[in-house]
Design a protein around this ligand. Structure first.
Ligand SMILES: [Fe+2]
Ligand SMILES: [Fe+2]
Length: 194
């Protein structure tokens, strides 16, 4: 992908990029090996679709919808990297982990991903980069796009547990409330050790 053409990145370009597909596919294989039936490709597609449909219902325009789909597709791009590789990216890019990230390796992929998006895929849109960074733990002063990715990652249609179904319905009418509930659900699940 041409790093100098980030403004022209589209969902279709990203979706068909061989490296993106390789990274997401690697996630598929890792999940399969662990016995999971939910694979990465369906998850990121559904996240992109869910995010786009929320934004569309909120009345946003085509380019915003395109950007949120790109963020949805790419948010887990560093998820299948080894923990060591994630930490190396974080160290090389002077990324500061918060207290939760320091104690929970499973959320560190979100901290590493923006550097991968910027360095390897030429994504320069700050809203997308922040949305990807915040998709596991949320953040302060999130934009609509950031909230939508945060919520859609949790509520995409493959998620059939009760909290996801309830928050999914709410997200189309009250995005702020959906983001607050998603944060509570995340905190509760982390306390349970999920
Ligand atoms: Fe993730
Ligand atoms: Fe995800």
């Amino acid at each position: 992908m041409d790093k100098n053409k980030s403004e022209k990145i589209t969902f279709d370009i990203i979706k068909n990029d061989e490296k993106v597909r390789a990274y997401i596919k690697a996630g598929d294989n890792a999940l399969k090996a662990l016995g999971f039936t939910e694979h990465s490709f369906p998850h990121v597609y559904k996240t992109a679709q869910t995010a786009a449909s929320i934004l569309s219902d909120l009345g946003y325009g085509e380019r915003d919808i395109e950007l949120v789909k790109i963020a949805g597709l790419l948010h887990d791009v560093a998820k299948d990297f080894t923990y060591e590789r994630q930490l190396k990216i974080i160290s090389e890019n002077d990324i500061i982990l918060n207290a939760v990230e320091k104690s929970e390796p499973k959320v560190v992929h979100a901290a590493a991903a923006p550097a991968v998006l910027r360095g390897e895929f030429g994504v320069s849109d700050e809203d997308i980069l922040r949305a990807v960074r915040a998709h596991t733990l949320g953040g302060e002063d999130m934009s609509a796009l950031q909230k939508i990715i945060y919520v859609a990652d949790f509520t995409e249609k493959n998620r059939d547990f009760e909290e996801a179904v309830g928050i999914r319905a709410l997200s189309y009418t009250d995005l702020d409330a959906a983001a607050r509930l998603r944060r509570l659900a995340g905190e509760k699940n982390r306390l349970k050790g999920f």
